[in-house]
Design a protein around this ligand. Structure first.
Ligand code: TRP
Length: 336
């Protein structure tokens, strides 16, 4: 059996929040402790262009996301940890893959369709209004990320599953035309990785502006937790854990024993204010060591930069010879 290769990218938009931590960063760091498999985690900074963020925000987000993974203890000796834009073979492969990606396949991408749909609904004459090529061919760049390192398993959220399937289709077409060269990837959707709800009870997401930043300073953390939406049950009235954002967040951090105690407190009618205070104290203590390290890294971006540089060097030991092989297969090669 060949060794599994896990790879996942994190788009550099926004500040890491506790939903990212519970849903992606923590499971990623855990999984990468398995020394029998290879792991690639990278900052998808070219992908952030599809969302046309402003330059300062993209750079700041890159620093914050990289610092978060480092502060939380990713073993960068084993896992490959790099920035997409440091691997020039990725955009090269992206263009090569453009040659075997049907436009019709891209027409079916959910994110593109959603933009068209929004135009149609708002009565725009041009259904493609405001759609940039970076959005349209986003799945091809993502396919290059995945195929560049012969990934077999791609842990992603449900919303990205289609993109991984597209990468597989594109690779198949390549192999059909040019001979077995690319490895077919498969999406891994974490069934039991928690999807946390945000302050307003909807899925925690930057797009809803309802997040709790993972490394919010103490005061801000407390303030945000106090804002979490609850129902109007009074102190002393028994409360359901089902559907409670406070409970879900607590559970995502606490041990089973501690969670059982909170379940009892809910049944006994703990006041919402008290529960919020307890959640704040828990997260605050739990995150403190990583937060101190995170703050240190944010204040020393050169340390983060050095780590990414090291990661890119390691990754390029793989991407440079492999891209040469891919180019050879399609006839872009030395003449003599
Ligand atoms: N598109 C992914 C997201 O927005 C991020 C991403 C970029 C990615 N390249 C990838 C995920 C390759 C997995 C594999 O979440």
């Amino acid at each position: 059996m060949t060794q599994d290769v896990y790879l996942t990218g994190i788009t550099t938009t926004g500040t890491p929040h506790i939903g990212n931590y519970v849903g992606a960063i923590r499971p990623g760091i855990e999984a990468s402790k398995d020394l029998d498999t290879k792991h690639f985690y990278f900052l998808a900074d070219y992908h952030s262009l599809a969302k046309s963020e402003d330059p300062d925000k993209i750079a700041q987000s890159t620093l914050e996301i990289a610092a978060a993974w480092m502060a939380l203890g990713l073993d960068t000796e084993h896992a490959y940890f790099y920035r997409q834009s440091d691997i020039p073979e990725i955009p090269e492969l992206t263009w090569i893959l453009h040659g075997m990606t049907a436009k019709g396949l891209m027409n079916r991408a959910h994110s593109y369709k959603a933009s068209v749909q929004a135009n149609v609904e708002s009565g725009n004459k041009d259904p493609d209004k405001g759609v940039m090529m970076a959005l349209f061919s986003y799945p091809i760049l993502m396919a290059a990320d995945i195929l560049m390192f012969k990934s077999t398993k791609v842990p992603v959220g449900q919303d990205q599953k289609q993109h991984v399937e597209m990468a597989r289709d594109i690779a198949q077409r390549f192999n059909h035309n040019y001979g077995e060269t690319l490895v077919l990837p498969e999406a891994v959707i974490g069934e039991d990785t928690a999807v946390l709800k945000g302050l307003d009870g909807r899925k925690m997401s930057k797009s809803y502006n309802n997040t709790i930043p993972l490394f919010a300073p103490e005061k801000r953390l407390r303030k945000l937790i106090m804002k979490i939406k609850t129902n109007s049950l009074e102190p002393g009235e028994p409360k359901e854990t089902e559907g409670s954002t406070l409970y879900d967040i607590y559970k995502a951090f606490a041990t089973p024993g501690e969670t059982a105690e909170v379940e009892k407190a809910f049944a006994d009618g703990i006041a919402w204010g008290q529960m919020k205070q307890q959640l704040f104290e828990y997260i605050n203590e739990h995150m403190r060591p990583a937060r101190d390290e995170y703050d240190r890294l944010i204040a020393n971006p050169a340390v983060v930069e050095a780590e990414l540089k090291k990661g890119a060097e390691r990754a390029r030991e793989l991407s440079v010879p492999y891209l040469a092989q891919i180019r050879d297969a399609i006839g872009i090669k030395k003449l003599g």
